[in-house]
Design a protein around this ligand. Structure first.
Ligand code: PMT
Length: 409
């Protein structure tokens, strides 16, 4: 987590933001600030500019600022959007996807995770509408830093205070990279389709765009991991900070996976790998012949199984793409391929493949978890959190087993 876009909305707690920016910068992060109109009444642009060493933005219509870094570039620059303090009004804007000012537009236009730190009068915080908005945002994957109980600026005592900067920094450090148990861990991910050549110009492939696998790679990278992405043909740009290996066929992907496997701790197989390949690859273009043409195909190697079969396999996660019997088939693959976890998605026309959103059910030995339909980028962040949990549990269990064996000896 390097680039924090700090949105400040109109609450008295805005006075804490210069200190918050200093803490982020002291921990090696870059901060760009966007102020809402009402936030300007509580904290000045000059102060924030001085502590962030970056221009502070507040309007969508600032020609000079847009020429330097447009709001879309700003949305892409952010690894995380933190809105602190967040007013009740801004929470409702987030719920409705409002894009009427710079900050709300950025929240809609960015694929970065959003974290809010609500700060308001305790009666407002307990209000039913605010409570429901909180629930909706939570379900959508927005990180919520709970307000604290204590003296409030209005003279009341209750829950609604924005936590001190060190608490907010801790939250971000725990949620992302810095103190994540995955920090610096080696992660290997496959993504996209494979292409099986028929002749020099034709191939068999599928509709995978790579979006799910690339989102997983970005999410692991934002948790501080050392990520290698092995991708079949895809038009997507290489995510920042990721080692990319481009391949075409299943055989090439198999080779690339095994070349990069040493020291990998987590393997994610999101690629839509061809189950079959052409028996006899023609060196020349196959000429048009009779009314029908038969192609003989043979089974391709199963890359995922070959990783899980290693003597000391990494924590191995497969995907299951099914058009029917999702749970049954996914659980079968979990068992037959000896996986630690399987992420099952329904695929078909306009779902799963080549779309921006996905809904999945995750299965592991003795457990399951469902994730409702959401953007693949947000879903990937939540999947990484679940994988981290299961991975750490497996590590702890194997450490316990080793120490038991040693004490028996
Ligand atoms: O790329 P997108 O457009 O974003 O679409 C995402 C996706 C639908 C492709 C992705 O979410 C997904 O489901 N990927 C796995 C697709 C697939 O091949 O599923 P499967 O059920 O056929 O295979 C099961 C698992 O075995 C998969 O992890 C697959 O990568 C792996 N496999 C399959 C065959 C093979 N020869 N080698 C493999 O490693």
């Amino acid at each position: 987590m390097k680039n924090i876009l700090l949105g400040i909305t109109g609450s008295i707690a805005a006075y804490k933001t210069p200190e918050l920016i200093r803490s982020f910068r002291a921990n090696g992060m870059s901060v760009r600030v966007v102020l809402s109109e009402s936030a300007k009444k509580f904290v000045t642009k000059t102060t924030l500019q001085a502590v962030s060493s970056n221009e502070v933005r507040s309007s969508l219509w600032d020609e000079k600022a847009e020429a330097a870094m447009s709001h879309i570039e700003l949305a892409r620059w952010a690894d995380c959007i933190l809105v602190a303090p967040t007013t009740a009004n801004f929470m409702s804007k987030l719920v409705y996807g409002s894009a009427e000012d710079l900050l709300s537009t950025l929240c809609v236009a960015s694929e970065a995770p959003i974290i809010i730190s609500p700060a308001m009068n305790s009666v407002m915080w307990a209000n039913k509408a605010v409570e429901e908005n909180k629930k909706i945002l939570n379900e959508r994957g927005v990180g919520i830093i709970e307000p604290e109980y204590g003296d409030q600026a209005c003279g009341e005592i209750g829950k609604g205070r924005m936590p001190e900067p060190d608490v907010i920094l801790d939250y971000i450090e725990n949620k992302y990279s810095l103190s994540s148990p995955l920090r610096s861990k080696k992660i290997l991910i496959t993504a996209g389709p494979t292409r099986e050549a028929i002749d020099p110009i034709r191939y068999i492939s599928n509709r995978s765009s790579g979006k799910m696998g690339y989102a997983m790679a970005s999410a692991f990278s934002s948790f501080g991991c050392d990520v290698t992405l092995i991708s079949g043909p895809s038009h997507l740009p290489t995510p920042d900070g990721i080692k990319m290996v481009k391949v075409e066929s299943t055989q090439e992907m198999f080779k690339a996976v095994h070349n990069n496997l040493p020291k990998v701790e987590i393997f994610i197989s999101a690629a839509a790998v061809s189950d079959y390949q052409c028996n006899n690859l023609s060196n020349q273009k196959i000429k048009k012949q009779g009314e029908t043409l038969s192609l003989k195909l043979t089974k391709s190697p199963d890359i995922l199984s070959s990783v899980a079969e290693q003597k000391k396999p990494p924590f191995t996660v497969g995907f299951a793409a099914e058009t029917e019997n999702l749970k049954k088939y996914a659980k079968e693959k979990l068992r037959l391929k000896s996986l630690d976890m399987i992420i099952a998605n329904k695929v078909g026309k306009n779902i799963g493949f080549d779309v921006d959103e996905n809904a999945v059910s995750v299965f592991w030995n003795g457990g399951e978890k469902k994730f409702e339909k959401k953007r693949k980028t947000i879903l990937a962040q939540q999947l990484v959190e679940l994988i981290t949990e299961r991975f750490c549990l497996k590590l702890d269990n194997s450490k316990m087993k080793t120490s038991n064996v040693m004490s028996i000896r």
